[in-house]
Design a protein around this ligand. Structure first.
Ligand SMILES: Cc1cc2nc3c(=O)[nH]c(=O)nc-3n(C[C@H](O)[C@H](O)[C@H](O)COP(=O)(O)OP(=O)(O)OC[C@H]3O[C@@H](n4cnc5c(N)ncnc54)[C@H](O)[C@@H]3O)c2cc1C
Length: 434
């Protein structure tokens, strides 16, 4: 019997477990470990609460968790409760699927002022992430800014711009919904260092902001090249740019605006003890497509500044780390003997949920090549792990525990919404009678 530990229960962890289960059948036991008592990683804590159809992918992961060879072991932090070296003693292979949970820093003065938050924090706050439940982002001013030109930036801007009514059917947590409902923010400026042709926003997400109940997107046509320059763009990007151009025709007849400010590089955040404005330098593209400052600066008012410029994987003791790429150093998913990486921890923080599937299957193929199905293994697996955790006073959760938590969250839901999430680890554990 082979024993495999997949560390992380986000998409990458689940697709890898699914692939290993298919490859080994009942000749392997696959444990999916997670630091939280509940599974799914960014499906629960990242994907926007008003995008329920995407979150439904977790139903597929449930099938994996329910299969006879797979166990979920939650409430276990690798690097804290148990080390990677210890897991390698206990398991034939360890696959790190820990994602990239840390916000990348801008590296400009004023970044540490109150009122400046990373997108992981802000997104975690409205999605019920236990570490960010107390974030309390300042929503009392009229201006906010989001720095970044990807879908996460757009998620943050959209969440700030929606009405309470528009959150019906979502699983936004109650404390965030109430705070957003009382928000005074009327203008959200989205700052991008480069232009409309360089955005990483997809058509579905852009299309959505053109139809908000009480907010209208605003673009400056001077930022756009002539329409014929869109022709050579990849079709998805061309569609996004067409949608952006269309925003110029919308009437500004709503109470909130979402301003797309292109060729805008933040150089400082200023304010008296807290963020009040961003100093922005106008840029232009050089011959390599990089943004170069022109020296011209201006100010964008913002008492809430959300940085959405990417994420990094925190290092784990004993695991080779690629400082530049902010992920584990790996060769097609192989880190070292019997140690692998998958998902954002392998590739860096890019790609959709679906991108993690081929990734997981590829890494599982490496495991199969290194440890052919049918070959013997003599590691202790979950039994040994649980003994070790018990000796350290760590109480893991299992898949049945998760279903109990899920059912309780569903029973607490507001009318028309799928669930009211618990936002504290203690509450999850109390639900289980611990
Ligand atoms: C804000 C946001 C919105 C997004 N929206 C979309 C979208 O709408 N559509 C789409 O296709 N993609 C979206 N994505 C991208 C998608 O979420 C990622 O592609 C995917 O989640 C990456 O999967 P992963 O398994 O590598 O990482 P994650 O989903 O981050 O999973 C990592 C898991 O590892 C666990 N973990 C971390 N460290 C440890 C540790 N030390 N010990 C134990 N467990 C640990 C975490 O708790 C987590 O469960 C979004 C991403 C973000 C950030």
């Amino acid at each position: 019997m082979r024993h495999f530990a997949v560390v992380g229960s986000g998409p990458a962890g689940f697709y890898t477990a699914e692939a290993l289960e298919k490859a080994y059948g009942d000749r392997a036991r696959i444990d999916i470990l997670d630091r939280y008592p509940v599974p799914y990683g960014l499906i629960r804590f990242g994907v926007a609460p008003d995008h329920q159809s995407l979150k439904a992918v977790s139903k597929r992961y449930d099938k994996v968790a329910e299969s006879a060879s797979v166990d979920f072991i939650g409430n276990v932090s690798v690097g804290g409760d148990v080390s990677v070296a210890e897991l390698l003693e206990l398991y034939d292979a360890v696959i790190l699927a820990v994602g990239a949970p840390n916000d990348r820093k801008l590296g400009i003065p004023g970044e540490d002022l109150a009122g400046v938050v990373g997108s992981a924090e802000f997104v975690g706050w409205y999605n019920g992430h236990p570490e960010f439940a107390d974030l309390d982002p300042p929503l009392g001013g009229t201006h906010a800014a989001v720095i970044g030109n990807g879908n996460v930036a757009l998620d943050c801007a959209r969440i700030l711009s929606k009405t309470r009514h528009e959150f019906e059917g979502s699983d936004i947590v109650g404390h965030a919904l109430d705070a957003l409902d009382h928000s005074a923010i009327r203008t959200v400026t989205i700052l991008g260092r480069r232009g409309p042709h360089q955005i990483a926003m997809t058509p579905k997400e852009l299309g959505e902001v053109g139809h908000l109940e009480d907010a209208v997107p605003v673009v400056d046509m001077a930022d756009f090249p002539p329409p014929e320059a869109d022709e050579p763009l990849e079709p998805g990007l061309r569609k996004s740019v067409t949608l952006l151009r269309g925003f110029a025709d919308l009437e500004a007849n709503k109470s909130k605006t979402m301003v797309f400010d292109f060729f805008a590089k933040p150089v400082a955040i200023e304010g008296d003890g807290r963020a009040e404005r961003i100093v922005v330098e106008r840029t232009q593209l050089d011959e390599n497509g990089a943004a170069r400052g022109t020296g011209e600066t201006y100010e964008v008012p913002a008492s809430l500044v959300i940085t959405a410029i990417g994420y990094s994987t925190p290092p784990l003791q004993g695991v080779a780390y690629d400082e530049r790429g902010t992920k584990f150093l790996n060769d097609s998913g192989r880190i070292a003997d019997r140690l692998y990486a998958v998902g954002w921890a392998r590739r860096g923080p890019t790609g959709t949920i679906g991108t993690n599937r081929p990734d997981g299957y590829e890494v599982a193929d490496h495991v199969v090549a290194d440890m052919p199905a049918g070959s013997a293994g003599d590691r202790a697996g979950a039994g040994g792990l649980k003994r070790l955790l018990e000796s350290r006073g760590v109480m893991p959760t299992d898949y049945q525990d998760w279903r109990k938590i899920e059912q309780t969250e569903e029973s607490r839901a507001r009318p028309g919404c799928p669930r009211e999430k618990f936002v504290r680890v203690d509450d999850w554990l109390k639900t289980l009678g611990r």
